[in-house]
Ligand binder design. Structure first.
Ligand SMILES: Cc1cc2nc3c(=O)[nH]c(=O)nc-3n(C[C@H](O)[C@H](O)[C@H](O)COP(=O)(O)OP(=O)(O)OC[C@H]3O[C@@H](n4cnc5c(N)ncnc54)[C@H](O)[C@@H]3O)c2cc1C
Length: 399
């Protein structure tokens, strides 16, 4: 029996026959092949079954499990990569490998780089964010080639050639976890190799991982201190020259052997798609509908929601999918988006599990534990995608 036979198709599908007068399936186009796109495709199948026909337009042929790329420079296994074609086959989605070029919202047509015109009844934009290096004289993280970028640095740490390191976060919205994970794993590796290394993290956050709330943030601050990592919060950095970090406000300078920086994130800026906040992110309302265009929704890092995190992308995708199913007459209106954030912090030792409900950009009911409090306990907490990937990996390992 193949995986697609064993993975249930549309198990909760609502049997509704009045979605459109012609009884034609409702035509949904999803742009993207990442967390938000796949979560939405799975949710739509659950909500609409065969009453919804989903096409996915993705630039690349693979889904990469981005959170696990932080382990690659430390000689751990490569992050999981899944061919989109296989996933599309499993879940009954038509896949187009091509790039979204521009949107003609009045006629409900998406134009692609290859010159195709794809029409839709509803469109979901799940294009992710674009990464830009913000500083010169630093190693800027790019998860597509993180091993190539950082492997040499980790070897230099192991060999005792690097004595001080700064990990810095530019001012714009970014992914919360990886800079802490890289700092903690580097500190652990230096300790294992019996090498003296001073590490500083400079971040614009009010406190380390502040979005996970005061309780979790305090525990992370304590862990960083125990590992000998200094943290400078509310810091807006510049890098005037090699090895020099200028910290604003104030006139403090750090002098270190090497600097590692997160990239600055920008929205997708596609012609025809409204732009919201500075940075070109797509403005969405609480039901993930894009302001100013009909039948267009957006989810994930591409949107103007301030927290860029896979679990948040998945929750937005679930809300958008339900709004689309409601538009098709196949589900009730979704509840407004009320984010909960879950994160597994890799530390170089035992991982830590962080959870919070997010209000006003900060976590409340903050929790940090040594055992998972959500299931499946995966780095990207996603209602449909996490169990799907878990089942796929179980099937792959059982042959
Ligand atoms: C190193 C690292 C560690 C992280 N750790 C965690 C973690 O521990 N937990 C967590 O929850 N999150 C984590 N994140 C964040 C998480 O990976 C992102 O928030 C998540 O991937 C966002 O999903 P998305 O679908 O919005 O965008 P993406 O995953 O970026 O997917 C965007 C998709 O759109 C496609 N695309 C882009 N432009 C076009 C175009 N013009 N036409 C067609 N397709 C296009 C891309 O090819 C891609 O398939 C981490 C991120 C990084 C980089």
């Amino acid at each position: 029996m193949s995986f697609s036979d064993s993975y249930p198709h549309g198990h909760n599908a609502i049997a509704v026959t009045s979605a459109s007068p012609s009884n034609e399936p409702f035509n949904v186009l999803i742009v993207g092949g990442g967390v938000a796109a796949l979560e939405a495709a799975l949710a739509l199948r659950d909500l609409g079954g065969t009453r919804i026909r989903t096409t996915m337009l993705a630039r690349g042929p693979e889904f990469v499990y981005r959170p696990m790329t932080v382990r690659e420079p430390f000689d751990y296994a490569l992050a999981q990569r899944h061919p989109l074609e296989r996933i599309a086959r499993d879940i009954g989605v038509e896949l187009r490998i091509d790039s979204f070029k521009w949107l003609e919202a009045e006629t409900r047509v998406v134009h692609t780089e290859a010159g195709e015109q794809l029409s839709y009844d509803a469109l979901l934009l799940a294009l992710g964010a674009r990464m830009h290096p913000r500083f010169k004289h630093v190693l800027t993280i790019d998860d597509k080639r993180i091993d190539q970028l950082l492997h040499g640095l980790i070897q230099d740490v192991e060999g005792g050639y690097v004595h001080s390191l700064a990990f810095i976060v530019p001012g714009r919205m970014g992914w919360p976890l990886p800079i802490y994970e890289l700092a903690l794993m580097t500190a652990a590796r230096a300790y294992d190799m019996n090498v003296e290394l001073s590490i500083t993290i400079a971040t614009p956050e009010d406190a380390p991982l502040a979005i996970f709330g005061a309780g979790a943030s305090d525990a992370v601050r304590q862990l960083l201190e125990e590992q000998g990592i200094s943290t400078i919060a509310s810091a807006y950095c510049e890098v005037p020259g090699p090895g020099c970090v200028a910290i604003n406000p104030g006139s403090r300078e750090l002098h270190v052997d090497r600097i590692v920086a997160m990239p600055e994130l920008h929205g997708p800026s596609v012609p025809g798609v409204p732009l919201g906040s500075p940075g070109g992110f797509i403005p969405v309302d609480a039901r993930c509908k894009v302001a100013g265009v009909e039948r267009v929704y957006a989810a994930g890092d591409a949107t103007d929601f301030a927290i860029k995190h896979g679990g948040i992308a998945a929750q937005q995708a679930d809300v958008a999918a339900q709004a689309i199913a409601a538009l098709a007459g196949l589900a009730g209106e979704p509840e407004p988006f009320r984010p909960d954030i879950h994160g597994i912090l890799l530390t170089g030792g035992k991982p830590l599990y962080l959870s919070a409900h997010v209000t006003g950009g900060h976590g409340s009911s903050s929790e940090i534990t040594e055992a998972p409090t959500w299931s499946p306990a995966t780095k990207i907490a996603a209602k449909y995608l996490a169990p799907y990937l878990e089942a796929r990996e179980r099937a792959a390992s059982s042959g």
